[in-house]
Structure formats: structure tokens, C-alpha cells
Design a protein around this ligand. Sequence first.
Ligand SMILES: [Fe+2]
Length: 180
Amino acid sequence: MKLVWTKELSAGNAVIDSDHKNLIAVVNGIERAIRARDYSVISQAFELLEGWLCVHFANEEKIARAVKFDFSKHKRAQQYSLKELQCLRNELVGKKGIWCESAIEHYAHFLRRWMTEHIVKIDMPMKPMLQTLDYKFWPGWKEGETNYAAGHVASLYLQLSTHQCHAPPRLMDSAMPEFS
Ligand SMILES: [Fe+2]
């Protein structure tokens, strides 16, 4: 059962929501690879996810600092979240695709819970503050200007998916980031 981004998961900011949509797409791709016991793409898929996460965490921090949101607790949660992911990656890679059915269900459940908790528990506390701003808010951005964050993220998406990680197309099941 793949994860789907819904409006209830909106953090109240276009850049953050777009990042989350793309992270969900990569997480769904990893789940598909696990269910297909496609060990060959697991490492690359996690590289893609971790690459996206680093960009996403930096985006969140930049926005939080601009709106003077206390980011210290958020940052600790992000670091813990990244470590959890690295543990899962090590476990999956260590077993080299020899994953029994119950392990597959465990990994899939873990990934979905990990992604959902990141949005609901870690990011949602920022929402009330973000909702007082334009949905497309980005530090330095003004109404009527191009949102350079959008271009930056889209460009990074391309780099991660085609140049650095060479992620197989089957891992990517969503379109480019949306900033509408
Ligand atoms: Fe987030």
C-alpha cells in the first residue's frame, strides 16, 4: 500500500510540501524494490533518499530561521530520523535481498511510519507559524518574483535522479516538484 500525499499532510509551505511529495515518491520506490526483492537498486535508492533529505532539512532550517521558529528540537529530531534510516539501509543491504515475507512487511511498515511521522510529528509544529505567511514563502522571496527555491530544488532533483545516483526510473513514480 503506497503512501499518498494529501492536503492533511500540508505543512503550510510550498517548498516543504513539494519536498515531502518527492520524499514520499522515493520512499514508495524503495518499498516497491523491497517487495520485488530487487537488491540491486537498494543502495542507490537510499542514496537518493538521503540526498533529498539533506536538501529538505536545509530548506526547512532556512525557512524556520527566517520565521524565527526555535529549530533546535526540530534539528535533533531530523538527525535521529536520518540515523533511523541509515540503520534500516544497513540492515537491508546486509541481508542482500534475502528478505522473508515478515521482514518485508516490517521494512515497508517502518518506511511508511518513518515518512509519516517526519511530516506529522516533526514538521507540523511549524505549520501554525507558516500559515501566517504566503504559501509560497521562501526567505527573500517577494510576491510576483520567481521562486528561486523551486528552480533550485527542481535542478537538484534532476542531478540526484540522473547524474549522481543514477536512480532507475522505476524508483521515481512522481512528476517533478510542484510549486503551484
Ligand atoms: Fe519535512
